[in-house]
Design a protein. Structure first.
Length: 103
Protein backbone atom coordinates (compact mmCIF):
# COMPACT_ATOMS: atom_id res chain seq x y z
CA UNK A 1 0.00 0.00 0.00
CA UNK A 2 2.85 2.36 0.85
CA UNK A 3 4.54 1.78 -2.51
CA UNK A 4 1.33 2.45 -4.42
CA UNK A 5 0.71 5.66 -2.51
CA UNK A 6 4.34 6.68 -3.01
CA UNK A 7 4.18 6.51 -6.81
CA UNK A 8 0.56 7.39 -7.60
CA UNK A 9 -1.53 10.45 -7.04
CA UNK A 10 -4.55 10.07 -4.79
CA UNK A 11 -6.95 10.45 -7.73
CA UNK A 12 -5.29 7.53 -9.54
CA UNK A 13 -5.51 5.00 -6.72
CA UNK A 14 -8.25 2.37 -6.69
CA UNK A 15 -8.02 -0.47 -4.17
CA UNK A 16 -10.06 -3.61 -3.95
CA UNK A 17 -9.73 -6.09 -1.12
CA UNK A 18 -10.71 -9.61 -2.15
CA UNK A 19 -11.40 -12.47 0.19
CA UNK A 20 -10.81 -15.49 -2.03
CA UNK A 21 -12.06 -19.07 -1.80
CA UNK A 22 -15.14 -18.00 0.11
CA UNK A 23 -16.61 -21.44 -0.61
CA UNK A 24 -14.15 -22.97 1.91
CA UNK A 25 -16.00 -21.69 5.01
CA UNK A 26 -14.37 -24.11 7.46
CA UNK A 27 -10.87 -22.99 6.37
CA UNK A 28 -11.59 -19.28 6.84
CA UNK A 29 -8.78 -17.26 8.43
CA UNK A 30 -10.29 -13.76 8.15
CA UNK A 31 -13.94 -13.04 8.89
CA UNK A 32 -16.16 -11.10 6.53
CA UNK A 33 -16.39 -8.31 9.10
CA UNK A 34 -12.57 -8.10 9.38
CA UNK A 35 -12.28 -7.91 5.60
CA UNK A 36 -14.90 -5.17 5.39
CA UNK A 37 -13.27 -3.20 8.20
CA UNK A 38 -9.85 -3.39 6.53
CA UNK A 39 -11.28 -2.32 3.19
CA UNK A 40 -13.13 0.58 4.81
CA UNK A 41 -10.00 1.74 6.64
CA UNK A 42 -8.10 1.77 3.34
CA UNK A 43 -10.87 3.38 1.30
CA UNK A 44 -11.25 0.19 -0.72
CA UNK A 45 -14.17 -1.87 -1.92
CA UNK A 46 -14.50 -5.34 -0.42
CA UNK A 47 -15.53 -8.54 -2.16
CA UNK A 48 -15.62 -12.15 -1.09
CA UNK A 49 -15.01 -14.30 -4.13
CA UNK A 50 -15.10 -17.91 -5.16
CA UNK A 51 -13.94 -18.99 -8.58
CA UNK A 52 -15.33 -22.45 -7.89
CA UNK A 53 -18.85 -21.08 -7.32
CA UNK A 54 -18.38 -18.11 -9.69
CA UNK A 55 -19.16 -15.69 -6.86
CA UNK A 56 -18.25 -12.01 -7.43
CA UNK A 57 -15.40 -12.80 -9.84
CA UNK A 58 -16.91 -10.82 -12.72
CA UNK A 59 -18.05 -8.06 -10.36
CA UNK A 60 -14.49 -7.41 -9.12
CA UNK A 61 -13.16 -7.05 -12.65
CA UNK A 62 -16.07 -4.85 -13.68
CA UNK A 63 -15.53 -2.50 -10.72
CA UNK A 64 -11.79 -2.27 -11.43
CA UNK A 65 -12.29 -1.78 -15.17
CA UNK A 66 -14.78 1.01 -14.57
CA UNK A 67 -12.45 2.70 -12.05
CA UNK A 68 -9.51 2.52 -14.47
CA UNK A 69 -11.67 3.88 -17.28
CA UNK A 70 -12.71 6.86 -15.14
CA UNK A 71 -9.08 7.64 -14.24
CA UNK A 72 -7.87 7.32 -17.84
CA UNK A 73 -10.70 9.50 -19.18
CA UNK A 74 -9.90 12.14 -16.58
CA UNK A 75 -6.20 12.05 -17.50
CA UNK A 76 -7.08 12.23 -21.19
CA UNK A 77 -9.32 15.26 -20.61
CA UNK A 78 -6.65 16.92 -18.46
CA UNK A 79 -4.01 16.55 -21.20
CA UNK A 80 -6.27 17.20 -24.19
CA UNK A 81 -5.01 20.06 -26.29
CA UNK A 82 -1.46 19.84 -24.97
CA UNK A 83 -0.47 17.43 -27.73
CA UNK A 84 1.34 15.24 -25.23
CA UNK A 85 -1.28 12.62 -24.52
CA UNK A 86 -0.83 10.49 -21.44
CA UNK A 87 2.70 10.56 -20.15
CA UNK A 88 4.15 8.55 -17.29
CA UNK A 89 5.03 10.57 -14.22
CA UNK A 90 8.70 11.15 -13.52
CA UNK A 91 10.18 8.33 -11.41
CA UNK A 92 6.98 6.32 -11.87
CA UNK A 93 7.83 2.64 -12.32
CA UNK A 94 6.38 1.11 -15.44
CA UNK A 95 4.28 -1.94 -14.61
CA UNK A 96 3.26 -4.53 -17.15
CA UNK A 97 0.28 -6.66 -16.25
CA UNK A 98 -0.28 -9.87 -18.17
CA UNK A 99 -3.31 -12.09 -17.96
CA UNK A 100 -2.15 -15.66 -17.27
CA UNK A 101 -4.40 -16.84 -20.12
CA UNK A 102 -2.84 -14.37 -22.56
CA UNK A 103 0.85 -14.68 -21.68
Amino acid sequence: MEEVRKYATKEDIRFVIMGTKSDLRNERVVSTDEGRQLAESLGAKFFETSAKKNLNVDEVFQVLAKAVSVVLNKQKNDTQGSGTGLQPRENHPQVQINCFKCS
